[in-house]
Design a protein around this ligand. Structure first.
Ligand code: FPP
Length: 248
């Protein structure tokens, strides 16, 4: 029986963030080049997007390309960039038919022109959809994001637009690329690696972390359900004691 039946729909995370890892190892296991893993990773992207939307999750963020990923072989980087364009274009109708809005976070303007343009087209064409937002983290780095927010705050403070008292948690969140998006309650990483890898460092402060050995191209809706069930069985204390939580 599907694990879906065990999900408590009253305790669904609003925002799930995922580090899609293991494409290269999956390809190696199949005696294929690394890019074959990325191509098959798209199937898993489809599965989790569909699975999350069906459940009623409001935000799904996928780490598709980090600023560190530019260090990979040129062929792999070029193939990934083309794959992003192709996938966005190919999936647009499905996104619209399912009322899924596409968003991208990261240093988008420094992506190859074709990739940037495809993303803009995708975001524009889906902007009125409201069932779920799929955020793609592309050319993303959390340190870059926090640094940019800090620079903007410093500038506005210097210009007298902000006072020191106004600089708090909430303001900082508003200056990040995820402004207006609730923090993820759950972060999933596939492929058995236990790292955050410069991903949403501010936003994941109180998130539950879930690690699975499944390699990304094999990640299915059932794996998503397993992660949600694990999240629902945890006690989120936000610095309080368990007793305090029971009373509140
Ligand atoms: C990490 O696996 C994966 C990536 C850096 C790229 C993720 C891209 C996709 C899943 C393709 C499609 C995505 C979208 C949003 C259209 P890895 O290459 O680091 O695997 P390894 O650790 O086994 O080498």
């Amino acid at each position: 029986m599907s694990l879906q039946t065990q999900i408590d729909m009253t305790k669904l995370p609003q925002h799930i963030a995922i580090i899609m890892d293991g494409n290269g190892r999956w390809a190696k296991q199949h005696n294929k080049p690394r890019v074959f893993g990325h191509q098959n990773g798209v199937k898993a992207v489809r599965q989790v997007t569909e699975g999350a939307a069906e459940l009623g999750v409001k935000h799904l963020t996928l780490y598709a390309f980090s600023q560190e990923n530019w260090k990979r072989p040129k062929f792999e980087v070029n193939t990934l960039m083309k794959l992003f364009v192709k996938t966005v274009e190919k999936e647009l109708d499905t996104l619209n038919n399912n009322s899924i809005k596409l968003n991208a976070i990261g240093d988008l303007e420094n992506l190859p022109k074709d990739t940037y343009k495809a993303l803009l087209r995708g975001m524009e064409s889906t902007q009125d959809n409201n069932r779920m937002t799929l955020h793609l983290a592309l050319n993303y780095s959390s340190r870059w994001e926090i640094m940019n927010a800090t620079k903007r705050i410093a500038r506005e403070y210097k210009e007298g637009l902000l006072t020191e008292d106004q600089i708090n948690d909430e303001l900082m969140s508003q200056y990040l690329t995820t402004s207006g998006i609730p923090d993820p309650e759950l972060m999933i990483r596939s492929s058995g690696e236990h790292r955050i890898s410069n991903y949403l460092l501010w936003q994941l402060s109180y998130s539950e972390l879930y690690f699975t050995d499944v390699l990304w191209p094999d990640f299915s809706k059932e794996d998503l359900y397993a992660a949600i069930i694990s999240y629902q069985n945890r006690e989120r204390r936000f610095g309080m004691t368990g007793d305090q939580l029971i009373k509140s």
